[in-house]
Design a binder for this molecule. Sequence first.
Ligand code: MGD
Ligand code: MGD
Ligand code: SF4
Ligand code: MO
Length: 701
Amino acid sequence: MTTTREVTTFCRVCEPMCGMVATVENGEITRMRPDRDHPITKGFICVKGPAGLDIHNDPDRLDVPLARRADGTFAASTWDQTTSEIAAKLRSIIDRYGAGAVAAYIGNPSAFNTLVAPATASFFGQLGTRKIFSSGTQDCANKFAGSEAVFGSNTMHPVPDIDNTDYLLILGENPRVSHMSFMAIANPIDVLKDAKKRGATIRFINPRVIESAGDDVGDVVLIKPDTDLYLLAAMICEIDRTFGFDDDVIAAHGKNIEDLRHFVRRYPPERVAQITGIDANTIRDLACEFAAAPRASIHMSTGVNMGRQGTLAYWLVHMLSFVTGNLDRCGGNVLSVGFYPSAKAGRRNFEHGFFDSGHGKLRAGALPGNLMADFIEDAQEPIRAMFVVAGNPLLTVGGEERMRRAMEQLELLVCVDIYRNATGELAHYLLPATDMYERADINITSLGLQHRPYVQYTEAIVEPKAERREEWWIFGRLAQAMGLKSPLDHDDPEASVWSRIDHMLASRGHSLEELKAKPHGVDYGPHQPGDFYEKHLQTDDRKVDCCPAAFGEALQRAEDIFVELASRPTDQLSLITKRDPFMHNSWYANVERMKLGEHNRNYLFIHPDDAAERGIADGARVRVSNEHGEVEIETRLSDDLMRGVVAMTHGWGNSRTSGMRTAQRTPGVNANQLLPVGQGSFEPLSSQAHMTGVPVRVDAI
Ligand SMILES: Nc1nc2c(c(=O)[nH]1)N[C@H]1C(S)=C(S)[C@@H](COP(=O)(O)OP(=O)(O)OC[C@H]3O[C@@H](n4cnc5c(=O)[nH]c(N)nc54)[C@H](O)[C@@H]3O)O[C@H]1N2
Ligand SMILES: Nc1nc2c(c(=O)[nH]1)N[C@H]1C(S)=C(S)[C@@H](COP(=O)(O)OP(=O)(O)OC[C@H]3O[C@@H](n4cnc5c(=O)[nH]c(N)nc54)[C@H](O)[C@@H]3O)O[C@H]1N2
Ligand code: SF4
Ligand SMILES: [Mo]
């Protein structure tokens, strides 16, 4: 007899965390469908949602711990055996070299996996390891730094109040494909369309006419990559000159406003027109539209984060909102308050958040992924043991060959993943993690970033297959083997690992037990702006810092970069990223039905006129090169690109990934071989890697 049940759950691949319903027959998931009764995500999902089931059932999944043999092949092992071997090697490394020889890289999916952060913090904290890298320095480290500098908290990111705004400016984001970041919203395009229908104006600032744009949403103002800072400065400069700032708001809640004025006055519209590629009148119009709208809002995402000055750009995003009186106002940018006071949790004094690393002054917290190879091969204190958790730095950080060489030096590389990915090919041990259907979660990732705040819990839909284990269990087991404190020593390990979350939930009167009984969670209703300055702002003096003193050197660097950009040859090509719906960074590479037809590889997208000038036809193979590396790849002519801009999808390059057979058969090319790494390749204020607007040449082969 078949037993069938349905489990209400949510996807944990990206920030919207779309509601889904699983059908479970005889203990196996047979179907994943959108949850049409979900009060907030309302039945929206993207193609990756249900394809999670392909990943759950993929025969290439890591199902048992694997250990690398002398001949380079991997042999199946047991948890007892592997954890005791890893512990012995780790102990020996720490005995010989100290805890400074141990490091970790924590990848993006760990953010969607509630218990990973506490588990790794406890394990590496007890080991005394302070070298923690994270994928955050590939996508958003500048946002943490920017908000910390301006608002005194790295977890304060006021979101655009799309439902009530009259004007929305979106920089460096492609909602239709990527479903937004630092803004959890299922089906953003429909929400944008509704705003448009209501009469709101939406403008995208982007080097590409993106899939999100259109008459029913909004149009694109094309911008040269890596120049948004100057556009934002020119807009603020122009607003100051014409409409004026909101002096009452500034007097009540701001400081250092004259320093902001001093900076933006260096970049009037006429001066930045050439380097941004936007003529001065258009810049003035943008400024005027923003200032004149009764309620204006703004959002910036990875296209700007990945430039060289993401922290400064984010500062000016906050400033545009603040000086026009749109911060904390209905229809402006508002703090999204969820189940826990996240603003307070991220409180830190920006100026004090730096330390001397031996590789220069760095921001405390996640170390720059772009220095990982340098840290591994450090002359004084090399890294000997590295843990990679839910990440694939070999493909997702710049400079694959440099990273490969460094990783090959390691005495111990342990990867905790659901696949033997490209990085995993170099590992000494591969530890099989559960996937999202095999573990409980709450939607903590989007805390403080939600279009509509709510909290939801999901149980594990099914028991883990084979020997897959949750990360907290894996690190708990390793901790035991090392003689450290472990949640597995508790009478009720589950309860002990969830207790911190229960405690957080209690701050708004909830408990896990309550959420377990409410499969759609708790909806907090629309945003309630109005108490941002009094209740949430975290600076010591409760003022918005309009020009943080610690920016000093960065403001000078802004001028140096301006001069460098202005001196580039007019026919210089620069590389940006083009995400597509069928990849998720480097994962989903092994999902066969997403690699069909022309989706079996990535391409170099190039404007037809740029191609013609170089004698390149559609579909031709070309060499893309610069001082950092070179790749050979097939072209696609694409007139949605701005002249002078070429684009690739990242996350490809699996020709050596034998553990993922579909991925290896459809390997594509690793775009990140063309990105800078090492010193000078990241923003000093934030450690955010420089990944967009990188100069390249393209030659016919
Ligand atoms: N050129 C260029 N490079 C980029 C970007 C870009 O736009 N352009 N984007 C960047 C961005 S936005 C990011 S976030 C980074 C991502 O960088 P990474 O986090 O290093 O890479 P991912 O591809 O997300 O790797 C995720 C790995 O986690 C595994 N995984 C999935 N679910 C789980 C789980 O539940 N547990 C465990 N243990 N493992 C799991 C997957 O199998 C995969 O191997 O890459 C960045 N790299
Ligand atoms: N299908 C799919 N969805 C994803 C992901 C994925 O890999 N695939 N990744 C997920 C992750 S981890 C993240 S962080 C989010 C990211 O979500 P988004 O930030 O929306 O990422 P993208 O879609 O890459 O959009 C970035 C946009 O910036 C533009 N751009 C590039 N350089 C510049 C520049 O210098 N200035 C400006 N103004 N624009 C620029 C690009 O053309 C692109 O349209 O997406 C998530 N969702
Ligand atoms: S948009 Fe993101 S969260 Fe929603 S179904 Fe797609 S991958 Fe999952
Ligand atoms: Mo990301």
